[in-house]
Design a protein around this ligand. Structure first.
Ligand SMILES: Nc1nc2c(ncn2[C@@H]2O[C@H](COP(=O)(O)OP(=O)(O)OP(=O)(O)O)[C@@H](O)[C@H]2O)c(=O)[nH]1
Ligand SMILES: [Mg+2]
Length: 244
C-alpha cells in the first residue's frame, strides 16, 4: 500500500524541519512518495528540498509564488496527487507535531475499517493526547472542535486535525474547486464535504507534540477566516446550495 501512497506536506519557513522530516519518512517507508508544497518561504525551505531531490527520485516539489494559505496548498497537492494516480493520499505537518511512525497505523486502520478517510486524532475516545502544547492553544483547538461538532452535527472529535490518510477515489469525487477555505479551516471543510458525500471517516488516536524547531503560523486572521467559512457553509447548507 505504501508504494502507491504519497504524503503531501505544506511548508512555510520550515527549513529547519524539512530535511529531517523527509529523511525520517524515507527511512521508515522507502517506497513512499513525498510532495512538498512550499509558498516561497523566505528561509529557503524550497532550496533544501530541491537539493534533496537530486538523491531522492520519489521526492517532489511544488513551488508557489507566495504565502497563499494552507488550504490552497493542500488543494494544489491533492490535484497533483490525483493526476499522478496515487491510491492513498496522506497529509501532514512538517514540524514533527505528527509522528511519521503513525502513517502505517493510519493506513492500516483505513483499510481494516473500510473507511475513506482516517484522521489522526488528538481527542478521540474522550482523551486529550497533546504533549507540551501551551494551554491556550489546547483550549482554542478543543473548543473549536467542540463548537464545530455542535453546529454541524459532524461527529468528529478532532475535526481540525491535519494528519490524515484519504483514499484517492473519495477525494477524487469531491469538487475541489468548490472549497472556499484558504487557510487552516480547510481541515474542517474537507471533512464536512466528505461526510456529506456519505463516505466513512474514522479517527485513529495519535499523540500530537508541540513543534521544537521553527515557528507557528497560527494567527488571528486564520481564526477569523474559520468563523467566516463556518457561517458560509452553514448558510449554504441551510439554503440547499452546498455542492460537494
Ligand atoms: N504552503 C504553505 N504551508 C503552510 C502555510 N501555513 C502553514 N503551513 C504549513 O502547514 C503546517 C502546519 O502549520 P503550523 O505553523 O505548524 O500550524 P499549526 O500546527 O496549526 O501551529 P502550531 O501548533 O503552533 O505548530 C506546517 O508544515 C507549516 O509549514 C501556508 O500558508 N502555505
Ligand atoms: Mg504545527
Amino acid at each position: 500500500m505504501i508504494e502507491s501512497s504519497v504524503v503531501i506536506i505544506p511548508t512555510y519557513n520550515e527549513a529547519l524541519n524539512v530535511q529531517p522530516m523527509i529523511e525520517k519518512l524515507f527511512e521508515l517507508y522507502p517506497q513512499i512518495s513525498i510532495l512538498i508544497v512550499d509558498d516561497n518561504s523566505p528561509d529557503k525551505t524550497a532550496l533544501v528540498v530541491e537539493t534533496m531531490r537530486a538523491i531522492h527520485s520519489r521526492l517532489f516539489l511544488i513551488q508557489r509564488a507566495g504565502k497563499l494559505g494552507l488550504g490552497t496548498a493542500y488543494l494544489e497537492g491533492f490535484e497533483w496527487a490525483l493526476i499522478k494516480k496515487f491510491k492513498f493520499i496522506f497529509q501532514m505537518d512538517c514540524d514533527f507535531s505528527h509522528d511519521p511512525k503513525d502513517l502505517q497505523n493510519l493506513i492500516n486502520s483505513l483499510i481494516n475499517e473500510n473507511a475513506e478517510v482516517a484522521i489522526g486524532s488528538r481527542y478521540s475516545g474522550n482523551a486529550i493526547r497533546t504533549k507540551d502544547w501551551p494551554l491556550h492553544r489546547l483550549i482554542l483547538s478543543y473548543t473549536a472542535a467542540f463548537v464545530l461538532r455542535i453546529l454541524t452535527g459532524l461527529r468528529i472529535k478532532d475535526a481540525l486535525g491535519g494528519f490524515k490518510c484519504f483514499r484517492s477515489e473519495a477525494l477524487g469525487k469531491i469538487n475541489l474547486k468548490n472549497i472556499i477555505s484558504k487557510g487552516f479551516v480547510f481541515q474542517f471543510e474537507i471533512n464536512y464535504k466528505i461526510h456529506l458525500m456519505g463516505f466513512k471517516i474514522i479517527e485513529v488516536p495519535i499523540i500530537f507534540k508541540q513543534r521544537v524547531m521553527g515557528s507557528s503560523k497560527m494567527n488571528l486572521k486564520i481564526i477569523v477566516e474559520a468563523l467566516k467559512v463556518l457561517c458560509q457553509l452553514r448558510l449554504k447548507k441551510f439554503t440547499g446550495k452546498l455542492d460537494s
